[in-house]
Design a binder for this molecule. Structure first.
Ligand SMILES: Nc1ncnc2c1ncn2[C@@H]1O[C@H](COP(=O)(O)OP(=O)(O)OP(=O)(O)O)[C@@H](O)[C@H]1O
Length: 263
């Protein structure tokens, strides 16, 4: 993880990224590189531009500047190749309106579309990937239920399973812990560590600072700019976090891990 510098092993690199929404510029020239095979937590106050950054990295927003995915300009990648390479979990399951009547299983199978030929039926491998993903998020038992009938946390776990089913090398997750109970938040942490151990790149927007502090790298966004980018364990990252949150939090070491405490 680095700000500005070009990194040979960057899974995702953004340069001079500017995004305007409505009449406002929301990101003001962001330079970042997300290193391959690492987990980066993206944190910052409400409205700072975190979701906007992730959406721009996923190619979902018009922007100025450049986004490179595994070294190639994102805009040059064909849709299917991009969708196989980069998987995306939207904040709050946004954009799933049309999926409420689909079963959880079919929602997860949609994650396999980038791997399927046009109009071809899902292969045995697609079914296997969907089942594995549903089991990984403990959502297999609801495979026959419609997405619309699930609770907020159950739905989140199905949508997370869909992201996993893509089996993409780069995964962007916007508030993946939203609605998850404490045990499933811990499961998510173990899942991400497992993905990174397999060489995947995970970038997640998190409001749960104690979880973000467990990441390899931390990016702190404030008012549309990068305030800090570096190792999550470093004192400089902790001081920057406390500053941006106006000393309303304190970062402490508790039982061999960093935690953010309110003050
Ligand atoms: N469609 C839009 N039109 C105008 N402004 C928008 C639009 N969407 C988002 N914004 C504004 O852009 C800014 C950045 O929004 P963004 O969702 O990226 O913030 P965030 O850091 O993810 O916030 P949160 O932590 O609250 O989810 C906010 O001030 C938001 O109000």
């Amino acid at each position: 993880m680095s700000e500005g510098r070009s990194v040979g092993t960057a899974a995702l690199q953004v340069s001079g990224l500017r995004v305007s929404l409505g009449a406002r510029e929301v990101l003001h020239g962001v330079d970042l590189a997300f290193a391959a095979g690492r987990w980066t937590g993206v944190v910052g106050p409400n409205g700072a531009g975190k979701s906007t950054l992730l959406k721009a990295c996923a190619g979902l927003l018009a922007c100025e500047g450049e986004v490179r995915l595994l070294g190639r300009p994102l805009r040059e990648l064909a849709g299917r190749e991009r969708a196989r390479t980069l998987a995306w979990l939207a904040q709050g399951g946004a954009g799933q309106g049309g999926a409420d009547d689909l079963t959880a299983y079919d929602v997860v199978l949609l994650g396999r579309l980038p791997h399927q030929d046009w109009l071809a039926a899902p292969s045995a491998r697609d079914h296997q990937a969907a089942e594995e993903a549903l089991r990984q998020t403990q959502a297999w038992d609801w495979r026959g239920r419609t997405l619309g009938s699930l609770s907020g946390g159950e739905r989140q776990r199905v949508l997370l399973a869909r992201l996993l089913a893509v089996q993409a090398p780069v995964m962007l997750m916007d508030e993946p812990l939203a609605n998850l109970d404490a045990p499933h938040q811990s499961d998510w942490l173990a899942l991400v560590r497992g993905l990174v151990a397999q060489g995947r790149t995970v970038v997640s927007v998190l409001h749960e600072l104690t979880f973000a502090l467990q990441a390899d790298d931390l990016v702190l966004i404030d008012a549309g700019r990068v305030r800090h980018a570096g190792l999550a364990q470093e004192a400089a990252a902790h001081r920057a976090l406390e500053d941006v949150f106006q000393q309303r939090i304190s970062i402490r070491r508790v039982e061999a891990q960093w935690v953010a405490l309110p003050r």
